[in-house]
Ligand binder design. Sequence first.
Ligand code: AQP
Length: 330
Amino acid sequence: MKRMLSGIKPTGQLHLGNYIGALRHFVASQDEYEMFAFIANLHCITVPQDPQELQKNLKDCVALYLACGLNPNKATIFLQTDVKEHAQLGFIMCCHTYMGELNRMTQFKDKQAKGEKNLSGGLYTYPSLMAADILLYSPDYVPVGEDQKQHVELTRDVAERMNNRYGQLFTVPEPLVAKVGARIMSLSDPTKKMSKSDETNKGCIYLLDDLKVARKKVMSAVTDSIGKVQYDPENQPGIANLMQILSSLSNNRSFADIEEEFKDQGYGVFKKAVADAVCNQLEQIQTRYKEIVESNLIEEVLTQGAQKACLIASAKLDQVQKAIGMEIIK
Ligand code: AQP
């Protein structure tokens, strides 16, 4: 069975972009692949966090993994810091990543360009830690949204560099980026990605949003004055984004099919259909979420997941350290 790994950093509440671009693919893949899904709590602290809020977001993230359909009997679900090897291999990876490579990473550059002050060293070197997160488990595939593809490509480069230098250490993974839904845009500004760090909250639908609030966000989504439901991301980015959302939430329905259904309808009717699809999905997730947070499932799943992940990660770290010549006793 081929292996797949992915993670989410709950720097805030998970949103529809995380679900469409990443989570639903984890769920769809768990029967066909050996799936590893982790919660990237080290990555969370690359930006300032309120401790109580972080705790809540981490627990919610596990609950949402499960509520969205990840099955702990099929997928290994764990917290990054429960497997200490991530931080240790992360440092080794950092020592094999060039500063020129880190300078090219767009996520860091974007934050810098926005003029954000006091960016941390952890944020700058986070792609090296991400390489460690991936390579510890030798996955064949890493399903990600468009924004993370560059980081998986860096992971491939560092893996190949180390394989050339020390002998075959790492499986070089492939990023898997879906054709539709890999970059869900903000509803209030469809030229920007839907993000946890949305300052206004209006453009981002959180998976735990009240259904009325979510519906209102869709109904107020920025569109255009063309008045035709058609897939034209360049001239109609708002409508194209809503079409991506509707397609992703309705069994990857084709754009042609959506255009046909709404060809003689106004944007109001189309937005209502998108809002119905979004609220339907959120309702299912939230019902299951409520049951999970009232049970002991979160602790059980994380304990079981960490045990399995630790075995694999410690063997890989040992192999790497031996190959580099770092170990004496083992
Ligand atoms: N808008 C999006 N559309 C499609 N996929 C997305 N992903 C994130 N946003 C979108 C994918 O979700 C997975 C987990 O991402 P993450 O939460 O670890 O990091 P991120 O991409 O930095 O997410 P945010 O919401 O933009 O966080 P902040 O605001 O903290 O920077 C990844 O596979 C990602 O591609």
